[in-house]
Design a protein around this ligand. Structure first.
Ligand code: 13P
Length: 267
């Protein structure tokens, strides 16, 4: 990892935890770690992406521990008749600095398209939320040797939208806030993590796609995470890879002890 990019350890709580559970998590985090800054000048950036109903319970508490707050989805419209949806300004209002976009579970179960993902990514950046945009191939795609083309297609739609955003709105600096999470679908929640070499190969490719479309300057600034069965005992091998800047973690972010262990191993 170059010195330019700060590591990011982002938890994705998915559809787990009530407000009471979230408060227990924060209390334990406080006891185990205190503030993330206690890890020193090379402390990673830390974020928890929580269910909507828990955001208010965390909005004042998490920042006091040096941990950012994020959501797991948003709608691209500013407001409107979209029952059950939530906007970027509502997330900001609830204290969010991050939002996960295009998680494979949203693509698979809620028919989220590459085009919707691209629109949401631009709106998040316009709203000064850090978008954590997820890409990744299925097991069948990997076995058919289609990984690179699947990732290329998912990235192309987002990068085209970001290129227009950067050019038309003069926002080339803001685009550097983008975070990409490479999450092979077959590695999510299965205990079958990708080898660090395979993850580096795809993440290196993602960085080249960014460089080709948005320039080397942006590509060197954008953080690219690995996600899929990341645990305290395997995080080090991913972070040792040149292009891997952190992780998006599901299961192991639910327990304060394992999340703290991940943070400690990210310094
Ligand atoms: P697990 O870490 O539980 O495999 O989940 C990964 C994930 O989907 C994070 O977004």
């Amino acid at each position: 990892m170059t010195a330019l990019r700060k590591r990011l350890m982002a938890g994705n709580w998915k559809m787990y935890k009530t407000a009471k559970d979230a408060r227990v998590f924060v209390d334990e985090l406080k006891n185990l770690l205190g503030n993330v800054e206690s890890l020193g000048s090379v402390a990673p950036e830390a974020a928890i992406c929580a269910p909507f109903t828990v955001l208010y319970a965390l909005r004042d508490e998490l920042p006091q521990l040096g941990v950012g707050l994020g959501a797991q989805n948003m709608h691209e419209a500013a407001e409107g008749a979209f029952t059950g949806e939530i906007s970027a300004s509502m997330l900001q209002d609830a204290g969010c600095q991050y939002v996960i976009i295009g998680h494979s579970e949203r693509r698979a179960y809620f028919a989220e398209t590459d085009e919707a993902v691209a629109k949401k990514t631009v709106v998040a950046l316009e709203s000064s939320l850090v978008p954590i945009v997820c890409v990744g191939e299925s097991l069948q795609e990997r076995e058919n040797g289609q990984t690179d083309t699947v990732i290329e297609k998912q990235m192309r739609v987002v990068l085209d939208a970001l290129a227009s955003f950067a050019a038309e709105k003069g926002e080339s600096e803001k685009v550097k806030d983008l975070v990409i999470a490479y999450e092979p679908i077959w590695a999510i929640g299965t205990g079958k993590s990708s080898s660090a070499q395979d993850a580096q190969q795809v993440i290196g490719l993602i960085r080249r796609f960014i460089a080709d479309r948005l320039g080397q300057d942006v590509a060197q600034a954008v953080r690219v995470l690995y996600g899929g069965s990341v645990k305290p005992d395997n995080i080090a091998v991913y972070l040792a890879q040149e292009d891997i800047d952190g992780a998006l973690v599901g299961g192991a972010s639910l327990q304060p002890a394992s999340y703290v262990e991940l943070l400690r191993k990210s310094v």
